[in-house]
Design a protein around this ligand. Structure first.
Ligand SMILES: [Zn+2]
Length: 269
């Protein structure tokens, strides 16, 4: 599932390839991705507008259009958004595309079709995203901010990190990696984390996400490579049974709130 780093890379690539694209027509071969909005209304509202800027909040992509409208795109589990020079050669997973004035198209692909595309007046975006927590790469996200959020939560710290109402954009992979880097047991209750642990966790979240943004950006900018690549050296995620890179004990996998968590019982306390 695309998490903050991959979504950021998608935004950067789109800014590079079609920063001010004028959209002439819109196609929704899979109208369900617009629900509860009507794909016909959406197509009518988007055509004729130009991209003014491309923004991201957590895992949400915000494409601000001329005339004070904003396209709100969530990539779901398998979504991707990129510019193609000839839409006739689109893959079967094409769920929407936007014809642009110069003959190219911005294509939205999504094999599992769990992503969403909506349009809102730009002035309504804050209200639509009011449930989204703090942006972890924003300077306002400090160890003190993390401590204040963690102290309100009785959940295990892994579940706390996945809860988008607290911190936006962290998913299963980078939560596991940040906890490993901070040497914190994912089962610890958030409100009980000591100050030194919270400092380590804050530093680990920022470091893991920054590095992942850089490697995702490199991977997504390669010509002809659209996601799905293994680009980030994962230390613990998906390594069940393998020796820990830090202490050599076998990595363990547990299930927390229906999600798997890999961690090292030797060095995550
Ligand atoms: Zn270890």
């Amino acid at each position: 599932m695309p998490e903050l780093p991959e979504v950021e890379a998608v935004c950067r690539r789109l800014r590079r390839d079609a920063p001010l694209a004028a959209i002439v027509a819109v196609h929704f071969p899979r109208p369900a991705i617009c629900v509860p909005q009507s794909h016909k209304t959406l197509a009518r509202k988007i055509a004729g507008r130009s991209i003014e800027s491309i923004d991201r909040r957590g895992k949400h992509i915000l494409i601000h259009l001329s005339g004070s409208a904003t396209l709100h795109i969530h990539l779901g589990m398998t979504g991707d958004l990129y510019v193609v020079s000839d839409i006739r050669f689109r893959p079967a997973s094409a769920r929407a595309w936007f014809d642009i004035e110069d003959g190219r198209a911005i294509l939205y692909t999504d094999p599992r079709a769990l992503g969403r595309i909506h349009i809102h007046p730009t002035s309504d975006i804050d209200r639509h995203l009011s449930h989204i927590g703090i942006e972890p790469l924003d300077p306002s996200f400090t160890a003190a901010t993390l401590a204040a959020l963690a102290h309100t939560s009785r959940s295990p710290v892994k579940a706390f990190l996945l809860d988008q109402r607290h911190i936006a954009g962290i998913g299963n992979i980078y939560a596991a990696e940040a906890l490993f880097q901070a040497r914190i047991d994912p089962r610890r209750i958030s409100s009980s984390l000591s100050r030194p642990r919270l400092h380590r966790l804050h530093a680990a979240i920022v470091d893991v996400l920054r590095r992942a943004v850089e490697s995702a950006t490199l991977a997504y900018m390669q010509p002809g490579r659209f996601g799905e690549a293994e680009w980030f050296p994962l230390a613990v995620y998906g390594r069940e049974g393998e020796p820990c890179l830090r202490c050599g004990r076998p990595i363990k996998r547990i299930v927390q709130s229906g999600r798997s968590t890999c961690y090292c019982p030797g060095c995550q306390k």
